[in-house]
Write a protein that binds this ligand. Structure first.
Ligand code: C5P
Length: 234
């Protein structure tokens, strides 16, 4: 597989074309941003952790019937993926109040949600990724009604699979963000699942094992990212 020109550079990844028009190579970077790019930094070897962790999780999800863009791990920082067209929607799933939900609704961080909460945001840096609902998505044609239904079905299924998977490894899945893409006319899971995109708390101590360590200057950022990967590879 030949790596051709760069198609896109995001905050945490670069995407390259390949000699197969149906495949891209994703390269994970160590750059870290928070608060819509206001806070910037580097987390050493984060790209390696996020690449490997996404590979582990995408494989499990595929095995359990969730189609994903993942094809194969190419190197420490690179994966081969299907050339999807990303839907411009961030899908957030929450089991426990934290972050922006805790703030917006005045609910103490750590409060269990009575039911799983699903939120959508419009992926648009200029607008600061505003929260939207199903009606907005349809009204401005970010996705079709049918695509939204598929996204919701997969998001809840992914939550059930990952909650159990992390719990078996001593971590509570507080919340996470997903992105989906269209490939051969079908909606499939894309992007990454990593400590950048999930909140994970240690089951025993409630220690934060995710990007909040960077966002909130809690220290031991690199060490904690490595620990999450180690727990998954055990
Ligand atoms: O900040 P907020 O509480 O809304 O984040 C909810 C979840 O979505 C967190 O796990 C966070 O890491 C993730 N997220 C993300 N990318 C964004 C916004 C949120 O991965 N642009």
């Amino acid at each position: 597989m030949k790596k051709l020109e760069m198609l896109y550079e995001g905050k945490a990844k670069k995407v390259y074309k390949t000699d197969d028009e149906k495949k891209y190579i994703v390269e994970y970077k160590d750059d870290a941003t928070a608060f819509n790019g206001v806070k910037k930094g580097t987390i050493e070897d984060k790209g390696i952790v996020n690449n490997k962790m996404s590979a582990v999780l995408f494989k499990i999800l595929e095995e359990k019937g969730v189609p994903t863009h993942f094809e194969e791990l190419l190197s420490d920082r690179e994966s081969l993926v299907k050339a999807v067209k990303i839907l411009p929607i961030e899908v957030i799933v929450r089991n426990v109040a934290a972050g922006s939900l805790a703030k917006r609704l005045g609910v103490a961080e750590g409060t269990e949600m009575k039911t799983t909460v699903l939120e959508f945001c419009y992926k648009n840096d200029e607008l600061g990724d505003p929260m939207i609902n199903d009606y907005h998505i349809e009204a401005i044609e970010l996705a079709t009604k049918e695509q939204v239904e598929v996204v919701k079905k997969y998001a809840f299924k992914i939550n059930e699979i990952l909650k159990e998977y992390f719990l078996e490894r001593g971590m509570k899945l507080i919340d996470f963000k997903l992105e989906f893409g269209v490939f051969d006319g079908k909606v499939i899971l894309a992007d990454e699942i990593s400590p950048d995109t999930c909140r994970l708390w240690d089951v025993e101590t409630n220690k934060k094992m995710d990007k909040d360590r960077f966002r909130r200057d809690l220290g031991d950022v690199e060490k904690t990212y490595q620990e999450v990967l180690e727990r998954l590879e055990k």
